[in-house]
Design a protein around this ligand. Structure first.
Ligand code: GRF
Length: 202
């Protein structure tokens, strides 16, 4: 299974995927890494000899044209699966329509609880005893696609947002690697893309 990983930040989830894929027995390989900025995490791709590309939103007139360029750069690698791992942009409809459901995301909360860009802070502020990690299919909404895997992470007294997010990331790395492995080995079977289904129905 060939994978393109999209990141925006430090790329600890990407690093975990790169380390896993470095094992010849891992059933997936990362063919490229994409980012919306000159993300520190791109260093991990370089360290593993994986090509990367950057498509910066401010270089485009609008979100749709940015998304079209990002899609073109992703599709150039003909991936079987695109993994958003700390990618902090909302993907435009044409991008999602072209790739979903072979487009998944890892989110640091137990969706549908705490969607959006501040999930860890929101869980902490809500005073819940536990939160967690969700790997889900990306659909047109924000953090709304079908859930594939979830794992609980406890919130401890005195946790700062940083403490909690680091504890979440430890679990998240393991969840995203096992989710990719499950998809590659078809223990998780993603639905047929809607675009193909339409063709079959006609
Ligand atoms: C991850 O927790 C991801 O779920 C969230 O931001 C964090 C990114 O971490 N969107 P990293 O870039 O993978 O280290």
């Amino acid at each position: 299974l060939s994978i393109v990983v999209l990141i925006s930040g430090g790329g600890s989830n990407l690093r975990a995927l790169l380390e896993a894929a470095a094992d010849a027995n891992f059933p997936a390989r990362i063919v490229a890494v994409g980012s919306d900025n000159d993300a520190p995490g791109l260093e991990h791709a370089e360290a593993f000899g994986v090509p990367s590309f950057t498509v910066v939103p401010t270089a485009f007139a609008d979100r749709a044209s940015w998304g079209d360029e990002l899609l073109a750069q992703v599709e150039a690698w003909s991936p079987d699966l695109v993994v958003c791992a700390g990618f902090m942009r909302i993907l435009p409809p044409r991008f999602v329509a072209a790739l979903s459901p072979n487009l998944i995301n890892t989110h640091p909360a137990l969706l549908p609880a705490f969607p959006g860009a501040h999930a860890v802070r929101d869980a902490l502020a809500a005073g819940v005893a536990e939160t967690g990690v969700t790997v889900h299919i990306v659909d047109e909404g924000v953090d709304t696609g079908p859930v594939l895997v979830q794992r609980v992470v406890p919130i401890l007294a005195g946790d700062t947002e940083f403490d909690l997010h680091e504890r979440i990331k430890i679990v998240e790395r393991d969840v995203i690697v096992s989710a990719v492995e499950s998809i590659a080995e078809r223990r998780i079977v993603l639905p047929e893309p809607a675009r193909n289904r339409q063709h079959q129905e006609n």
